[in-house]
Ligand binder design. Structure first.
Ligand code: CTP
Length: 401
């Protein structure tokens, strides 16, 4: 196991949610990578994991009480807040995020979070209605603007049996986000957002409208940006690919979910839309499986939101560099140039997706990069090389300006 986090001191705040159980695995993974770990367990957190298991896995005592005479005389909450390189809050409950956003300090965890001058990474976990509520989203926006890093949450089945966005990211995804925070490179200090893969538009509980995008190009771009030091979020539809290391990954299915996840990732400096978003979705999602009853079902379609155009729209949260892809089967450069204007993005990467080109699902890609200065045609390259070259171009653009 590469000791990517050798010598890094991580203070893990475990708040009260069922996802707290994943922290035990997270602690193990952090230690495997060479990090030292110290934990604060909230009252709620202690309902889900025991202080003994946390202490055993973190190889330290567990801090629980703001007014503990022994703890305060031994280390004190201010030292606890500062003697680390990063504070990680996992799971970050709606309650703790609200306390952080408002500067409350009524227990050890919230006091340390207010007192720390170290970077903070939160991994939210909650019911999807709580996640989508204006209160939580406004708190998150405030925290992001103050520089708090966020990983997840993912979409999927939640503990209550419902499904939606709200599941805490898996421990390896949290480790990836931590590693990228410690990474260095020409894009260090920049935040990047990449969309990847197809979207699935639900028809009924078992059927969907989708496409054959593999996500290879988008995932490779996210990896390449993270390797150059960008704090990178990948919003991806369903693919067979593993989550790239060092990247914060949000898994979604539909275009609406992709747009919501992209919005939640703002503000960013760089946005790369490599996803093959389904252009249309069924107007109504049936709650029950559509049965065969002699007549063909009428599927009424409506247009999906255009994520690239939305991110490119003028406004205070517009990323300073927005890059789109143009999947074309004919007149590749002229169609892509028109698309760049229509969508309002800065650069467009045009690729030929006709069957003969073998781009969809394949490992190589012939692209043209179209920017304000004109068109560059790149040789046929493996998708990983296209990604590295694009990431380097992005880095050059930022080091020039
Ligand atoms: N895109 C998006 N949201 C959509 C549709 C497309 O963000 N609802 C983005 C893609 O990620 C890509 C770019 O827009 O970066 C162009 O996608 P493409 O499929 O080539 O273009 P469309 O807008 O779908 O236009 P058309 O299918 O008519 O060529």
């Amino acid at each position: 196991m590469a000791a990517m986090l050798q010598g890094r001191r991580i203070l893990l705040v475990i708040a009260g949610g069922i996802a707290a159980y994943k922290c035990l695995d997270l602690l193990r993974r952090l230690r495997e990578r060479g990090a030292t770990t110290r934990c604060i367990l909230t009252k709620g957190g202690a309902q889900f994991v025991t202080p003994l298991s946390v202490a055993t896995l973190s190889r330290d005592k567990v801090y629980q009480d703001l007014f503990s005479l022994t703890d305060e005389s031994e280390i004190g909450h201010i030292r606890l807040a500062r003697e680390c390189d990063l504070v990680v809050v996992a799971p970050a409950t709606a309650d703790l995020l609200a306390k952080m956003a408002h500067g409350l300090a009524d227990d050890l965890a919230s006091t340390v979070l207010l007192a720390t001058d170290r970077p903070i990474l939160v991994a939210p976990a909650m019911n999807f209605v709580m996640w989508e509520s204006n209160a939580t989203q406004e708190n998150l926006t405030a925290l992001r603007q103050r520089g708090v890093h966020v990983v997840g949450p993912d979409a999927g089945e939640l503990a209550e049996g419902e499904s939606g966005v709200g599941r805490m990211s898996e421990p390896l995804a949290i480790v990836g986000a931590i590693e990228s925070l410690f990474a260095s490179g020409p894009l260090k200090g920049k935040r990047a957002l990449v969309t990847s893969g197809p979207t699935y538009e639900p028809v009924d509980p078992v059927r969907f409208i989708g496409n054959r995008s593999s996500g290879k190009q988008g995932h490779a771009i996210a990896t390449a940006l993270a390797l150059l030091g960008a704090d990178t979020t990948l919003v991806t539809g369903p693919t067979r690919l593993a989550d790239p290391r060092g990247v914060t990954v949000t898994h979604i299915e539909s275009a609406d979910e992709m747009l919501a996840a992209c919005r939640a990732a703002l503000p960013v400096d760089i946005a790369v839309c490599a996803a093959a978003v389904a252009d249309w979705k069924p107007r109504d999602r049936r709650n029950q499986k559509i049965k065969k009853n002699g007549s063909l079902p009428a599927l009424e379609l409506v247009e999906n939101p255009d994520i690239l155009a939305t991110l490119s729209a003028k406004g205070s949260s517009r990323p300073s560099l927005v890059i789109g892809f143009a999947a074309e089967t004919e007149n590749v450069v002229s169609n892509a140039t028109a698309k760049r204007h229509k969508k309002g993005c800065d650069w467009i990467v045009a690729n030929d997706v006709s069957a003969a080109a073998g781009t969809f699902g394949g490992d190589a890609n012939t692209v043209h990069l179209i920017d304000e200065g004109g068109t560059e045609t790149w040789p046929r390259l493996p998708k990983d090389d296209v990604a590295r070259r694009l990431a380097q171009r992005i880095a050059d653009r930022f080091t020039r300006s």
